[in-house]
Design a protein. Structure first.
Lengths: 117, 111
């Protein structure tokens, strides 16, 4: 059972380039999300999805797009990379997103370390 | 809205010392509470959880008790090891399906 798989693990981009961070899970989880982690800032939610075809913005969505065409995959697209997007990106998923199902923990990928120069 | 406050780090200890990392929360209703651990270069992974008041979560020698009266979920370990060096995140999941994370506390354990 692979869990949550993120690719690539490391990436260097030039300012203005675009790219897609891949995230796949094999646990049939409905809820998936993307976070960025920066020193002293903790985890900040970028976008999330409660199922195929349904996405919504988190705390810091500007400069990022997402789509959810299947339950398994939730790619994050950087439209025009900026140095401010240098960060470590984590994808997470959980089984049950319904309010009141709070016991369900999140499963995280290993992260993608992105540097924009 | 929901919020989680945890003590700022880094927390620096010698091996075999007692560990406490404080976590308090604000939430409506009865949230579930979690501690996650992030080892260097890795993603977060669940360490322990508690779903209702007075529940104690435990794993790998770590413990935390859900205290509704003080809205706290402090993480403790009686004797830390060098291998416990990591970043620890307190989190809650309440009425919203979006979990709320604290900012993380770095633990450094010296031999």
């Amino acid at each position: 059972n692979a869990g949550v798989t993120q690719t690539p693990k490391f990436q260097v981009l030039k300012t203005g380039q675009s790219m897609t961070l891949q995230c796949a899970q094999d646990m049939n989880h409905e809820y998936m999300s993307w976070y960025r982690q920066d020193p002293g800032m903790g985890l900040r939610l970028i976008h999330y999805s409660v199922g195929a075809g349904i996405t919504d913005q988190g705390e810091v969505p500007n400069g990022y797009n997402v789509s959810r065409s299947t339950t398994e995959d939730f790619p994050l697209r950087l439209l025009s990379a900026a140095p401010s997007q240098t960060s470590v990106y984590f994808c997470a998923s959980s089984y049950d997103f319904r309010p009141g199902s709070g016991a369900t923990e999140a499963f995280f990928g290993q992260g993608t370390r992105l540097t924009v120069v | 809205g929901d919020s989680v406050t945890q003590m700022e780090g880094p927390v620096t200890l010698s091996e075999e010392a007692f560990l406490t990392i404080n976590c308090t929360y604000t939430a409506t209703g009865y949230p579930s509470l979690f501690w996650y651990v992030q080892y260097p270069g890795e993603g977060l992974q669940l360490l322990l959880k508690a779903t209702k008041a007075d529940d104690k979560g435990s794993n790998k020698g770590f413990e935390a008790t859900y205290r509704k009266e003080t809205t706290s979920f402090h993480l403790e370990k009686g004797s830390v090891q060098v291998s416990d060096s990591a970043v620890y995140f307190c989190a809650l999941r309440g009425g919203s399906y979006i979990p709320t994370f604290g900012r993380g506390t770095s633990l450094i354990v010296h031999p």
